[in-house]
Design a protein around this ligand. Sequence first.
Ligand code: TYD
Ligand code: MG
Length: 439
Amino acid sequence: MAKTRSVFFCNACGFESTRWLGRCPQCEAWNSFDERPFAVPTRAAKAVASARGAAPVAIELGAIDSAKIARLQSGMGEFDGVLGGGIVPGSVTLIGGPPGAGKSTLLLQIAGRLCKNGRVVYVCGEESAAQVKLRAERLGIDAPLLVHAETNLRAVLDALERTDPVALIVDSIQTVWLPDAESYAGSVTQIRDCTQALMEFSKRTGCATFIVGHVTKDGAIAGPRLLEHLVDTVLYFEGETTGEYRILRAYKNRFGSIDEICVFAMHDRGLNEVHNPSELFLAGREERPSGSCVVASIVGSRPVLVEVQALVGESSYGTPRRLANNLDQARLAMILAVLERRVGMHLGTHDVYASVAGGLRVNEPAVDLGIALAIASSFRDRPLPPHSAAFGELGLSGELRSVNASARREAEARKLGYRTIFSPEQYRDVASAIAAALS
Ligand code: TYD
Ligand code: MG
C-alpha cells in the first residue's frame, strides 16, 4: 500500500512547498496555497517496479527508426516558417498573447486550412459554438471543421479517441478542467494537469495540438510559466495589439529555430500574412528626420530592416530619464556611456528616449551602431544621410565589432534602396562613423 503525502503549491505562480504558507515567497500572493496529495511508493513497490523494468530499455541510437515525419502544411507559409517548416504531427504548441491579439482568429483560420489533411477539432471553452460559427463565416471558412463547445477536458479527450483527429485546438487552456484535479479551471493544478493530458494524447495519437494561453500584463502566461516547459513549441504575439499589425514570435521550438517571426495584418476578414516585413516597418518614410536610423537586423533566420528612433532633450529634473522601448535598457545605458566617454558627447544632463518603431523587439547587439547614430543625430539635430542604413556592435572602448551575417544585412538594405551603409566593415570605431554620418 502506498503512503500518501501532501505537497502545497501556489495557485498563482506554481511555487511548491512542503507546508502550507499564508503568503507565497515567490510571487507574494496571499492565501494562494493549495494542497495536493501524492502517493509515495513503498519499498516493496519500488522493488517490484525495478524487477519489472530489468529488461534493457535503452536503445542504441543507430537502431532507432528515424522515419522522416512529414510535416503538415497549414497553407500559411509564414506561419509554417515560424514553426520551422510546417506542423509536426504529435507536437504541442502553445500560442500566447494578450486578449485581442488574434489568437482565436489565427487558429480558426489555420484549423480551417488543416481540414484538407483529416479531421480537425476546435475546442471552444471561451465562446459558444454559435460564436465560433459567426467568426468562421466572417473569415470565409468553408471546411468540415468539428467544433466542440465543452470545458470538461476528460469528456473532450474521450470523444477524441473516437474522432482520431490530425489536429486539435484548445481555446483556451485557462477555461478547460479535469474532474480528477481538485481545483478550479485556470488554476496551476488544472493548467498543468490539462496540458499533461493533452501532451499524452498528442504523443500517443500523433495529433498536432495547439493550446491558447492568455498572458498577463507582465508577460507571463496567467498562472504558471511551467506550461512553457511542458510543450514543444511556444509562440507569443508581441508588441501592440491595438494597431493593424501583429507579430508572432517563436520563443521555444523543439523542431526549429527560435526567434523566428511572422507578421500579420488584421483586416475585417481575419489575419493576412505580410511577406516582406522590412517594407512594413519602414513604411511611408522617404525623408527621415533627425534621430531616426534604419538598422539592418537579423530576426530569427532572416534580415529585417527596422527604424530606430531616438529623442534627446535637455532634462528638466535632477536625474535624467533614459527609456528604451522594444530595445534592451542595459544596452542603451552602455551606448550612452560609450558616447559620453569615447565620442565626447555630453549627454549627462539630457533625457534620452530610444525606441524601435513598429512594435518589433530587437535584442541583438548588431543594433548598437544604429542606436548610437540615432542618438547622435538627435543630439546634434541633424538627420542622417538619405537612404542610409547601419549595423554593428559597439565595444566599450568605442570600437565597432563585426556581427554575423553582415553580407545578408547589407544585401537586404541595398535591395530596399539603402545605398549608404554604416558598418564595422567601413568604420573602425563609433566616433568615425558618427563623424562621417553627420558631416
Ligand atoms: P481574437 O482572435 O478574438 O483575439 P484573442 O483570441 O487573442 O483574444 O480577436 C482579435 C481582435 O481582432 C478582436 O479585437 C477583433 C478583431 N478582428 C478583426 O479585426 N477582424 C476579424 O476578421 C476578426 C475575426 C477579428
Ligand atoms: Mg480568443
